[in-house]
Design a protein around this ligand. Sequence first.
Ligand code: ADP
Ligand code: MG
Length: 209
Amino acid sequence: MASQITRKEYDLAPLKNANLPMIWVLGGPGSGKGTQCDLIVKKYGYTHLSSGDLLRAEVASGSERGKQLNEIMQKGELVSLDIVMDLLKEAILSKLSTSKGYLIDGYPRDISQGEIFEKEIVPCTLILFFDAKDETMKERLLSRGKSSGRVDDNEETIMKRLKTFHDLSAPVVDHYKIKCKTFSAELPPQEVFCAVSKCLDAIQQQASA
Ligand code: ADP
Ligand code: MG
């Protein structure tokens, strides 16, 4: 029998009342999501959350839930979406008193994940989509792989990640067209950030208007 992880109850009213920007950051592997999120955090004080990092941190914390997660991950099974959602909720709520907004990096991975997030947490305000050619992303990941120590930064896995991105994640951008701003991620990081800043300055102005 699959191990059951207990879900918790969360009071999301304070988050809803705070009405902070909830920004999904999407793009293929190696498109520069992490790079741009770091720059955004420095300039705008937003909180950067990545679902993969949250799962790895929960395992590393040694909590009971982390131990159960580790078992599931070691068996190569997929961690249920409920757990990812709970980790996101906890991380979002724990930063509420100091956060100026949230960057949700690399989530949703498909349309259904997006719909569940909006139903259970709050609607997404804006999507930043970093658009790069497969060849560009592949080259960047291969060079990141030389120092990242990430087991998935090798050529074979990169090709699979690119395929998964095109099959499942790219349709999210299309589905949420009205909320989505697309940036060419082929340009150098500071130039991409310049375009991103213009977009974020505009939403800050709208919020304070
Ligand atoms: P992601 O989080 O989308 O997987 P990263 O931000 O980790 O991507 O970037 C992947 C690699 O590409 C890193 O080595 C990073 O330094 C490099 N990189 C990111 N953005 C750019 C860019 N605009 N131009 C050139 N290299 C970039
Ligand atoms: Mg990343």
